[in-house]
Ligand binder design. Structure first.
Ligand code: CTP
Ligand code: MG
Length: 235
């Protein structure tokens, strides 16, 4: 069974602050997206990577990726993205050639996910799970709040879910292709990850261990951490 990875990379990166689109920002001199593509290509099972680029930046992304050698076994396609992450993933799925029956969806903003995590997601899909997420336990206690009615006013706590039962989910999330396509065709409304759409179809989502290095680069401090992780790997 052939496996493809779709990498949504079309976001602006508003929370990272002013600058180039997030996926094109450098980590130790190499664009985040290049790290993310290599993280997927590191798995021997992945034979195609579909990069969903900023809508006006596909040509730039294509030449950037051409400048960084990938393993012989890995093909790369670049397509323009959309207004939301969900739309970008769907555009990536639309570009998938036939023959790839397992699909990973991986955020460009998680450039440092280790190959063992990628492989355990693929393994679980091969084992028959329609959807698989890598996840880690939470360090912080999480509270559900009643949002303030006016900006800046105090929020009040509604509930405190039992932390031991909560997980922070990462990417790559892995899917049986037909299931993921069906989820994207039928689920509307706000979703923050792809597995959430499969849950709404009433199908089981299997959890495998994630990794602390698969954290999402979201705010400026995350860039500091990512560069420190890269420096540590070179030792
Ligand atoms: N993404 C995308 N298309 C969009 C929005 C997001 O492909 N229209 C991608 C991002 O490029 C990123 C992933 O979805 O790789 C996760 O999104 P997030 O971390 O929220 O990135 P941004 O949306 O770029 O950041 P922000 O929300 O701070 O603007
Ligand atoms: Mg976003």
């Amino acid at each position: 069974v052939r496996t493809a990875a779709v990498i949504p990379a079309a976001g602006r990166g508003v929370r990272l602050g002013p600058g180039a689109p997030k996926a094109l920002r450098a980590l130790n001199g190499t664009p985040m997206l290049v790290h993310a593509v290599h993280a997927m290509a590191a798995s021997r099972a992945v034979s195609l990577v579909v990069v969903v680029a900023p809508p006006d930046g596909s040509a730039e992304v294509k030449s950037m990726l051409d400048a960084h050698a990938l393993p012989e076994r890995t093909d790369v396609l670049v397509v323009p993205g959309g207004q939301s992450r969900q739309e970008s993933v769907r555009l990536g799925l639309d570009a998938l050639p036939p023959g790839y029956d397992i699909v990973l969806v991986h955020d460009a903003a998680r450039p440092l996910v280790p190959v063992d995590t990628v492989d355990s997601v693929i393994e679980a899909v091969r084992g028959g799970a329609p959807a698989v997420v890598p996840a880690v336990p939470l360090a912080d206690t999480v509270k559900e709040v009643e949002p303030a009615e006016v900006a800046g006013a105090a929020e009040t706590v509604l509930a405190t879910p039992v932390r031991a039962r909560l997980r922070a989910v990462q990417t790559p999330q892995g899917f049986d292709r037909g299931t993921l396509v069906r989820a994207h065709e039928s689920v509307t409304g706000e979703v923050t990850d792809d597995a959430g759409m499969v849950e709404r179809l009433g199908l089981p989502v299997v959890v495998v261990p994630g990794h602390e290095e698969a954290f999402k680069v979201t705010r400026p401090l995350d860039l500091v951490l990512a560069e420190a992780v890269l420096a540590r790997r070179r030792l």
